[in-house]
Structures are given as C-alpha cells and as structure tokens.
Design a protein around this ligand. Structure first.
Ligand code: CUA
Length: 324
C-alpha cells in the first residue's frame, strides 16, 4: 500500500517539471500563470482545512449554540468569506491580463504559426525579408518578446507551450495573436490544446530557446537553400523524392520540389524530431515513417509509401536526414 502511495506521489509530481510543464515556467507569462496557480491552490487548501476543521468540531461538539451564533457562522462562512476570497483571486487574476494581452513592442520578432491536421506550419517574418518557412520546430532568442500570429488551415487547433505561457485557439479564416517572452534557454515542447481529430494527441512541436547569437546563426541557416546530396545513396534518394510524388506536397528549396500542402523539408535533417515531435530524427525513423505512416499517425494526410523497396526507402531516408 505504502509503495502504491509513493508511486502515485512520484507520478503526480513528475508533471511539475520537464519540457512541457506549466509548473516549471521558463517564460514571463508562464511565471505569472504559475504564481496564480499557487495562490489558488494555497487558498483552496486553507479553506478546505478550515471547513474540515469546522465540520469535525461540529460533529464532536456537545455544546448547543444559540441561533444568533450559528446564523452569523452560516452567513459569514457561507456568503461573506467566499465572496471576499473569490473577489480577491478574481482581481489578482484580472490585473495580470493587460500585461499578458499586450502586443510585443514594434520591431520584435514576428512568427506566424498555422495549425494543420496534424502538424504546424511555421513562418519567420523578418522585416524587409521574404518569410522563411519551416515546420514543427520553433527556435527563439532568449529575453526577447516575440509576437505570434496564429491561424488554422482546417479545423480549430490551440497553440500552447506550457513552459513559456498561456494557450490560445487557432481558427480557420481568423487570426489570433499571442506574445511570449522566454526567460531561460533550454528545450521545451509545444502541443495542440484543442481536440482536432484522430491525431490530435500526435501533433506537437519542439521549442528551443537560445542566445541571440545562436538564433542569428540558426535563422541564417534556415534562409539557405537545401544542401546537395552528400553521396550516391542520398543522390538516389533525391531522385526518388522528385520522381515518386513527394514533391507534389513538400517543398525543398533549391530543388524542383515546391509542394505547399505538406511541411517544408528544406532543413528537415536539422530538426530535433520528425513527424511533429513524434519520432527521433535519424535515418531508421525516417525509413519507418515513410513505410508505416498511417500506423504511426492514424489519419495523417500523407499516404503510406509501403510500396517502396527497402533500399529505396533507405535512400529516401538518408537523403532527408542529411538535409541539415
Ligand atoms: Cu490540433 Cu488538437
């Protein structure tokens, strides 16, 4: 029994840290939200103890009280006290809103994110430059406010990086926005927080918060065209990519592939994961994803390429993995 209790405690506490925890804040908004959460849990605990204490006392007390005393207790404890506490918490929560809702100052980095069943289209909109598109990964400079423009290409999704801030819905045909200010470098995870269909739970993205210098270097790399195949197997992979229909949906800048339906794969080999934060990024997993897509992500728009010979799938996997 004691062991079950200890395991339950470990399980419940393990949600308090890690790359996807609102209780391990690494952003300004997330810190406000975590503080509000602790105030609410603290207040609720005190009230619960008070109520349990009073209930226990009343059960065991033999004394008979006058109506006046009990009336005061009921009105005080049942109406006045909750009104004061709830109003206090409401005001505390409301005073956070203007700051959390304000847009990032002019000149801040702007990133457009679209929810798509079941992945994320990401565009970095730098002033005076063509937008650069990638998918399922955000790299952000630390200590700088970032303005997110959010929308959806199909159904309602919801954009949420628990470690950095609050969540906001993404609607088709409408734009919502969110400001985030990452305060600590590190690796975090974003998720979709609105049920959007079969693969809702398999729609995540990686977030890397880095120094300004590292960010500049990374972004400059994203603007580059794709790297040429490094060896004969990768060259065969590129040929298969262009001849077997992949390029109808996917773009690889610097090649003939200019599809816009699926994720841009120009630098897919440099991402931390593949398939919207579902699989580690290596040749074996690329191979697995290509031939077992519908088993890995039921409902995915991408058809399963299980008609490929193993050496063909391997060549494709090697080509994609070296697109760094
Ligand atoms: Cu997208 Cu849930």
């Amino acid at each position: 029994m004691r062991r079950i209790g200890a395991n339950l405690l470990i399980l419940s506490l393990s949600g308090c840290r890690g790359a996807q925890s609102a209780l391990a804040p690494a952003g300004e908004a997330a810190e406000h939200i975590a503080t509000l959460y602790y105030w609410m849990v603290g207040s609720a605990t005190v009230i619960w103890l008070l109520v349990i204490g009073l209930a226990t006392f009343s059960i065991f007390s033999k004394k008979v009280y006058q109506r006046r005393v009990t009336g005061t207790l009921v009105i005080g404890g049942g109406a006045v006290f909750p009104t004061l506490i709830l109003t206090g918490l409401l005001c505390y929560g409301l005073q956070m809103l203007p700051e959390l809702n304000s847009p990032a100052p002019a000149g801040s980095l702007v990133i457009e994110v679209s929810g798509v069943r079941w992945w994320w289209r990401i565009r970095y909109l730098e002033q005076g430059r063509e937008p650069v598109e990638l998918a399922n990964e955000l790299v952000l400079p630390v200590n700088e406010p970032i303005e997110f423009k959010l929308n959806s290409e199909d159904v309602i999704h919801s954009f949420w990086i628990p470690s950095l801030g609050g969540k906001i819905d993404m609607f088709p045909g409408r734009r919502t926005r969110l400001k985030l200010l990452p305060l600590r470098e590190g690796n975090y995870r974003g998720v979709c927080a609105e049920y959007c269909g079969t693969a809702h739970a398999l729609m995540a993205f990686d977030v890397r918060v880095v120094s300004r210098a590292e960010f500049n270097q990374w972004l400059a790399g994203q603007y580059q065209s794709a790297r040429e195949p490094l060896d004969d197997i990768s060259r065969r992979g590129q040929h298969l990519f262009l001849s077997r229909g992949c390029s109808a949906c996917h773009a690889i800048r610097g090649t003939r592939a200019d599809g816009v339906v699926g994720p841009d794969l120009t630098h897919v080999g440099s991402r931390a994961t593949i398939a919207a934060s579902l699989l580690p990024n290596n040749v074996e997993q690329f191979h697995y994803w290509l031939v077992a897509t519908s088993e890995i992500k039921p409902g995915a728009e991408m058809p399963q390429f299980d008609m490929l010979e193993p050496d063909e799938a391997d060549a494709l996997a090697r080509y994609l993995r070296q697109l760094k």
